[in-house]
Design a protein around this ligand. Structure first.
Ligand SMILES: Nc1ncnc2c1ncn2[C@@H]1O[C@H](COP(=O)(O)OP(=O)(O)OP(=O)(O)O)[C@@H](O)[C@H]1O
Length: 353
């Protein structure tokens, strides 16, 4: 039963032990080739792109032990320089290519009257990969992501997560997929805590585990103090964050996120990036759309470019951008500069001249 007051993070988690940007340990997933410490190595047998999804036990991350004694502290402490996201993404892209395919779209098509919103869209996502889906307005990104996450029935084509056909076995697929849909339609007369509670139990997570994960997710997304408030009273960015948290609470294999960074402030965006990077480092996979090509280039290891419903380029970010910035590549592929040429009346002299 739903508690009248949703479980407070502090009640549920006496000492969760996670920093503000740390993803809850229960949400990490195994990666093919990961050792007990969660480090990834290439499989001995080489690439296995069509292998079944990973079924090894989850990788649990533990805190390193405290230094035993002051005498162990080196005379001059080393300054830790964090690896930039872009370097991590490049390395992750290489490793992910060796991992099994967890998500596959095959010839996904959706037609509205005379508009072909998605035209035979086919691509694959490997375990441990962060894939960006980009394209101009109206290109078909939301249509494609909605068909992947089981929210919009394709006209034709197939989408599978592991060996589950999303449109043949929706219930099984929804346990494997976490979704942040376009145009959030949240049950906003619930509190944030209640929304997390329902998202968890409706995905079959045990109540005690939901309480634990809710606390950890609220802490990770900086929403601890907002859990007792109605979601309708949240700001746009807070609503996005609670929706993201809800998409993760059942520790899915794949996150399908439509513009997860929209309306989120820069500090929170860095925090969300960190959460997503840790999720994929634990073996999860993310497919997300964004209009920020700078963000996609920095954070994602793979990219799919869709124009007029069709995939016009896909692969690792480095392969697709081919030595120039992703934005320059995108402009060249989509001809977006060309489409602006007819606006001289706006850019130049006034009508009265
Ligand atoms: N329910 C609908 N009925 C009719 N046409 C639709 C419907 N949904 C989407 N479309 C059309 O399908 C095309 C693709 O839309 P979609 O929302 O997938 O694009 P998008 O790439 O997500 O765009 P944006 O970047 O603006 O969010 C557009 O031409 C859109 O007008």
């Amino acid at each position: 039963m739903l508690p009248e007051t949703p479980p407070s993070p502090s009640d549920a988690l006496p000492d969760a032990g996670f920093g503000a940007a740390e993803i809850p340990s229960g949400l990490t997933r195994p990666v093919a080739g990961a050792n007990a410490a969660g480090e990834v190595s290439e499989p001995a047998g080489g690439p296995a792109p069509d292998a079944e999804p990973v079924a090894t036990p989850r990788v649990r991350r533990t805190r390193p032990a405290e230094p035993a004694a002051a005498a162990e502290v080196p005379a001059r402490s080393r300054i830790e320089v964090p690896t930039p996201s872009v370097v991590r993404a490049r390395e992750r892209g290489r490793v992910a290519e060796q991992n099994p395919v967890v998500l596959r779209t095959e010839m996904l098509t959706k037609v509205y009257g005379s508009t072909v919103a998605a035209n035979e869209v086919s691509f694959e996502v490997h375990a441990g990969s962060l894939t960006g889906v980009v394209g101009p307005n109206g290109a078909g990104k939301t249509t494609t992501l909605s068909m992947i996450s089981g929210l919009l029935r394709p006209g034709s084509g197939r989408v599978s997560v592991g060996d589950v056909d999303v449109w043949a076995d929706g219930a099984a697929a929804k346990r494997l997929i976490g979704t942040l849909p376009d145009r959030l339609r949240l049950f906003d007369r619930l509190t944030g805590g209640q929304l997390l509670y329902y998202s968890g139990v409706l995905h079959g997570v045990a109540e005690a585990e939901v309480a634990k994960r809710s606390g950890e997710l609220a802490e990770a997304f900086g929403l601890e103090s907002a859990l007792d408030r109605l979601v309708s009273d949240y700001s746009a960015g807070m609503q996005k964050k609670i929706a993201l948290a809800c998409s993760m609470i059942h520790a899915p294999d794949v996150l399908v996120l439509d513009e997860p960074f929209e309306a989120i402030d820069p500090v929170s965006a860095a925090n969300v990036t960190d959460i997503l990077e840790k999720y994929v480092a634990g073996g999860g996979s993310v497919v997300m759309s964004s209009h920020s090509l700078e963000l996609i280039q920095r954070v994602c290891d793979h990219v799919v470019i869709i124009v007029d419903g069709s995939v016009i380029a896909q692969g690792t970010v480095d392969d697709v951008r081919d030595g120039v910035s992703l934005e320059d590549r995108f402009r060249a592929l989509t001809g977006i500069d060309e489409s602006q040429k007819g606006l001289q009346w706006l850019h130049g002299s006034s009508d009265s001249e």
